[in-house]
Design a binder for this molecule. Sequence first.
Ligand code: HEM
Ligand SMILES: *[C@@H]1O[C@H](CO)[C@@H](O)[C@H](O)[C@H]1NC(C)=O
Ligand SMILES: *[C@@H]1O[C@H](CO)[C@@H](O)[C@H](O)[C@H]1NC(C)=O
Ligand SMILES: *[C@@H]1O[C@H](CO)[C@@H](O)[C@H](O)[C@H]1NC(C)=O
Ligand SMILES: *[C@@H]1O[C@H](CO)[C@@H](O)[C@H](O)[C@H]1NC(C)=O
Ligand SMILES: CC(=O)N[C@H]1CO[C@H](CO)[C@@H](O)[C@@H]1O
Length: 329
Amino acid sequence: MATATLLVLAVCLIPAAAAAVKYPPVAKGLSFDYYKKSCPKAESIVRDFLTKAISKDVGLAAALIRLHFHDCFVKGCDGSILLTKTPGGPDSEQEQPPNVTLRPSALKAINDIRALLEKACGRVVSCSDILTIAARDSVKLVQDALPPPFFNVQQILPFLAKINLDATDLVALSGAHTVGIAHCTSFDNRLFPTQDTTMDKWFAGHLKLTCPVVNTTNTTVNDIRTPNVFDNKYYVDLQNRQGLFTSDQDLFVNSTTKPLVKKFAVDQSAFFDQFVYSVVKMGQIQVLTDSQGQIRGNCSVRNPGAGDDELPWSAAVETVVEVAESIAL
Ligand code: HEM
Ligand SMILES: *[C@@H]1O[C@H](CO)[C@@H](O)[C@H](O)[C@H]1NC(C)=O
Ligand SMILES: *[C@@H]1O[C@H](CO)[C@@H](O)[C@H](O)[C@H]1NC(C)=O
Ligand SMILES: *[C@@H]1O[C@H](CO)[C@@H](O)[C@H](O)[C@H]1NC(C)=O
Ligand SMILES: *[C@@H]1O[C@H](CO)[C@@H](O)[C@H](O)[C@H]1NC(C)=O
Ligand SMILES: CC(=O)N[C@H]1CO[C@H](CO)[C@@H](O)[C@@H]1O
């Protein structure tokens, strides 16, 4: 489950010499070595797969980190974002507005990993463990749970408070935007019809080269300084008013979150420490354990006749490890 791979993340992001890493309390039923007996190679299988896959497509790492986040924010980390819509079946989270920018390559990777794990250990590792996401369901829920990028800090914090995340978590988790890409439609409201005055003028001009008018399908990198490196440069972007979304830039505008942005911009290990802490916290949102869940035979479909939910683990978090290992550190 999630915390097992998160430990690896910590080891990876934080130098051995660093002081003891702090973790949030670990929920009952969750452990750091859930598959130690039933599938001892689980973590190395996932890691080997991703090392190869991410060396071919660096964007896959960003795509998987984001998939995990989307799963956890909607009714908890249960793998339901992975389900595809079947004729006559319930609605799928993949059909909801925010899904459109999730990358199919990430969903495919989860299924490929699942097949490898079943081959090695039998069907013992759950899909949400291979991911960790949100529960089944409704349009409403999805729309309610995922804050849109044009929200500011004051509007986003109530979303997070519902799942026990605070302003510090928001600043640290948003640091995931140090990698990956965004479509023009996620931020072109800041360019047209009038330019957002909190955005650096040069940066706005730069973005308009890629997004010359509203509603293009073009994409740009989230972190203009080091787009493929998992580091603290995202916070330096914000200090230079070169954050992409309102939700990013307002972290530096709002006086509650600004001091933390400043701190992370000059202290990368402080960012890594807090990111690890906050991801472990996020990865434990309403996780299902043991008989509450099921082990899917295909991450994209529920088992015949079975309930909706899944056991947790979190290979998606493993991806964060890969971001650090294969891309950055
Ligand atoms: C807190 C509010 C957040 C908002 C409003 C937000 C919004 C967005 C948006 C709009 C995109 C671009 C989608 C596109 O246009 O293609 C994006 C990308 C991304 N987000 Fe967030 N996000 C948030 C938090 C997070 C968190 C907590 C994580 C993970 C810990 C995360 C990880 C990512 C990653 C890695 C990408 C790049 C994905 C790719 O390259 O495929 N975000 N986010
Ligand atoms: C910053 O965010 C806090 C917390 O939501 C809010 O109370 C405050 O009004 C915001 N400040 C500004 C200037 O918007
Ligand atoms: C962006 O999209 C527009 C219109 O869809 C296109 O004309 C333009 O060449 C694209 N620009 C880049 C940099 O991809
Ligand atoms: C852009 O697309 C959105 C959604 O498809 C639409 O509501 C909006 O009117 C479009 N804006 C322009 C200027 O075309
Ligand atoms: C898993 O289910 C999806 C959706 O129904 C299907 O497209 C895919 O072929 C299945 N994969 C395997 C390996 O059976
Ligand atoms: C990645 C993914 O599954 N995207 C889906 C989002 O929803 C649309 C509309 O239902 C589908 O066509 C996409 O395949």
